[in-house]
Write a protein that binds this ligand. Sequence first.
Ligand code: NAD
Length: 480
Amino acid sequence: MADTTRPINETPAHDAELDRIFELQKKAFAAEPYPVANVRTARLDALIHAIEANETRIIDAVNSDFSNRSRHETLVAEIIVSVSAAKAAKHNLNRWMRARAVATPLHMKPAKSRLEPQPLGVIGIISPWNYPVQLAFSPAAAALAAGNRVLIKPSELTPATSEVMRDIVRAEFDESVMAVITGGVEIGQAFSSVPFDHLLFTGSTSIGQRVYMAAAKNLTPVTLELGGKSPAIIDESADIEAAALSIAYGKTFNAGQTCVAPDYVLTPRGKLNETVDAIAGAARKLYPEIDTTADYTAIITQRHFARLKGLVDEAKGAGAKVIEVGSSNALDPQRKMPLTIVVDPPEDIALMREEIFGPVLPVLSIAGRDAAIDHVNKGDRPLALYWFGNDGAARDEVLRRTVAGGVTVNDTLLHVAQENLPFGGVGKSGIGAYHGEKGFETFSHMKPVLYQSKFASSKMLHPPFSEKTDKLLKMIRKII
Ligand code: NAD
């Protein structure tokens, strides 16, 4: 995560190249404010081609940025997810572009009302390092489908991937349609000060706050896709083995460097040992040889690796039992960290306060459903919540009494992969959402339009007012 020590109210930085491309895109949009469906489809095809034709380059670049990123994880979470977002947008484009009918109240009839989606203009996208391709290209697909121009600022922590993204976008798109600007924090600051028509930021809550403040100076609307501590709650009624496998998978995919990874587990008091053993057993099955397998992803930088080790050391120092699932002796140079279960740690250590964002999993025993709900509600509203069990009433109670960005019941991560469900946070885990039709609407102005009829009765309410007006108002008050 980035440097948060800079003061928030600094003068916005500028970058000449960024300003040039923004102005170019603005002019191009003004010349073509409503691209027809065919033009949008061609742009989505270009994005699909850019990704699919460069699959191997993308896989290699992500792998070198992480030092080791599972090829299958890159295929699933970067290539397939981005392409499926673009294909779904293409497939649904005509329906999404259609005006939505809105009911007109009786006293305003026979007027008609509609919401007419309109492209917003130039969209800015700031993306993080953990899924560098997906988190840039999947919102880009929604923005292009909605008829906009797109500027992307990827993370400086994945330089090889950012270069590939810049090259492949340059090869497929005129820069007046879509472009990638690379650079570090300075470019990020300059980027968030550009008066975009909408800015989507994916990253940490602390940087999200800065981006929100910079955007506020231009009254640029934002979607903030942030992080947080996402709980996995195991109910008394759960099948512990099945829950453990889902949790182990969700926590070790991309080595836990996933915004919606289960951050910690709450399990019934009498089932603590069984839960810990089942999660450890499941992780061993998923990665029998984490030292040697290319399936297990490394930690993005030495700084992030040291931070995670520091979290575990603090927990050990506080007397918590720590279980490393697999040897870590040979792993330091590769920055691979085994799933590390921390059993019932004290509440006041960093592990229990900060988003973990790595394969360290606190498992807490909890005395009943109310205590689990209270535990979640004591913290910031999480990006995701996972509930495991077979008791429908218990499930509904937890879902109703906690507020999370999104939920998967009896599995982890999957609500994010369901393109037709909006994805976003709530409270400190984010503002707004995208994916599927919601993404199209996020990057559109859903313009309300009222079409008056030539038989309009509204003239009867014009002055000069009379007894007739009073009678009419009385009638309207009866029907509203
Ligand atoms: P980060 O906030 O450090 O960086 C995100 C982006 O912001 C990068 O491109 C970075 O260069 C840029 N940036 C840094 N400082 C900036 C500034 N002052 N102004 C403008 N831009 C700036 O996040 P990260 O470490 O790359 O990613 C990890 C975080 O992202 C975690 O908290 C994770 O939960 C969150 N995340 C959320 C989602 C989601 O969809 N909700 C997805 C992935 C990651």
